[in-house]
Design a protein around this ligand. Sequence first.
Ligand code: 0RA
Length: 639
Amino acid sequence: MTEKNSELYDASQIQVLKGLDAVRKRPAMYIGDVSVRGLHHLVYEAVDNSIDEALAGYCTEIDVVIQKDGSVTVKDNGRGIPVDLHKEMNRSALEVVMTVLHAGGKFDKKAYKVSGGLHGVGISVVNALSEWLKVEVSRGGKVYRQEYKIGVPDKPVKVVGSRKSTGTRITFLPDKDIFKKRKFSFEILSERLRELAFLNKDLKITILDENTGKTDRFKYKGGLVSFIEYLDQNRNAITKKPIYFYAERDNIPVEIAIAYNDSYTENIYSYVNNIHTIEGGSHLVGFKTALTKSLNNFAAKNKLLKNGDLSLTGEDVREGLTAILSIKHPEPQFEGQTKTKLGNSEVRGIVESIVNEALAQQLEQNMTIARKIIDKCKSAARSREAARKAKELTRRKTTLESEGLPGKLADCSARGPEGTEIFIVEGDSAGGSAKQGRDRRFQAILPLRGKILNVEKARVDKMLSNEEIRTIVAALGTGIGRDDFFVGRLRYEKIIIMTDADVDGSHIRTLLLTFFFRHMKELVDQGHLYIAQPPLYRIKKGKTIQYIFDDDELEDFIKKNGKNSNEKLDIQRYKGLGEMNAEQLWQTTMDPEKRTLLQVTIEEAFEADHVFSMLMGDNVEPRRKFIEENAKYVRNLDV
Ligand code: 0RA
């Protein structure tokens, strides 16, 4: 290195270190949080770079491996990150990409960059938050390698071999000083990779966990059509094949698949640059507007609506609809609480006009399917009208809102939601213990009697006449239904589902989760929903009492305390909450100082939908199979 060069090197090195330091000081700014979620985002970030290479047309396969030492490898067969000299920085381009935040300019010519969301922060952020990272690039017949510690290179990039094929392989171990938990979940990663494989037709993505040997392989020729078939495999389709179309306008590719089934749920997933836009936005608005308009136009033109028929509303055309909307945008503006709402206003019109044209054409070409869809929508419209009349009738007597608080509710004394919680408890006896054991200042108890309605199979009107559901809605204070639900009216900060640790308990919990997921999703999205974790065992050893929460923990405990001890272990297995007295229930499950609560978050909504539709649907066989194969997973699934 010449003197001048070394000065240059020093100056830019200081910049690099400053950047890495900023990431390590405020990791949440870059990856959202440092919990399990943030940990997995590191992998998504690495995978996103490979996906970009696939979108550019140069990569067909991505492999993810959870290694035995806790690190993760992401490998692709793209062109390989460039390794030539980066003039301004006076070092290998590879080193620049790996160490400089938002390595811009020459190397950042991505067609569809992702700003605002958690993705697209750059692989240098993953590097900065890793105890160590190794990158290997195969390019131009050679293999190049560089290694880093918390983002700082050990040595310059060097050639370590030769190879004909091209690609990039990155392996990293997240830093324990940043992440409390560093264990990657095969299930969490696999779900996101499956979603990415659906969204990127023909891209092959594999995942392997070296600890367990578990592996998945995803490659979908049908893309979004396969996605819908996956989601709806436990529903009865009305249309044989999903309707699919793709078009591009003003540099914005729009891809859509639509299918109808005989359920009453609306299931639309929208994506921008492969990111699930949970809060929707302009693309979704454009789609919904066009769907309603196109179906009404088609029905009118073909005289499928008689004079007496009402026109179809948005709700009518979305009953039993499963749809995926995926667009790409070079400069997306993400807004909203979780930065998952597309703000770009021009997108609305683009999507709207594409859907209007393409859908009209597809409906004309498939008259049989089109008639079936219109029939389904008309039936939705009729029942909507019937429900409206019924509601009007009951409203004159009592409305849901003015019913007052249900008699079964033991409310807390605090007013206003701040710091308060409501336990929804299965059964009267557990309800009794909970009422006695609680801290009444901020804890309310709502005991449920018997099973709640399976909302997966009921229209809203039927649901609203269900006693248990009315009780829950009244206690929460939010109201229900498209026009009457307001999350801002929620009377408690936390809603905690507390059920027995047996089959019935898990069934009731699933019914409740289905209800919240389908009809009060905002509660879930805003993090209000929790699951209590009552202990499975109570162990007495001499005078000390210990509570154990799962079978692994029990095994550990017996190993440690059983064998070489004179004192006998008295192990009691709790079958239900009712077996605990008020004091025990408080100590183990309700006391905020001691309990653990699982917060229900639905990262992969499509997977939750798939599971709920299976668990609650008509087909017994897949349900049986799922429960057998995932007995353990089901317990965690709800998390
Ligand atoms: C910039 C330019 C080129 C490739 C890449 C980045 C690239 C980055 C990653 C990250 C993971 N896998 C990747 N594969 C490629 C292409 C430069 C060229 O060959 O013209």
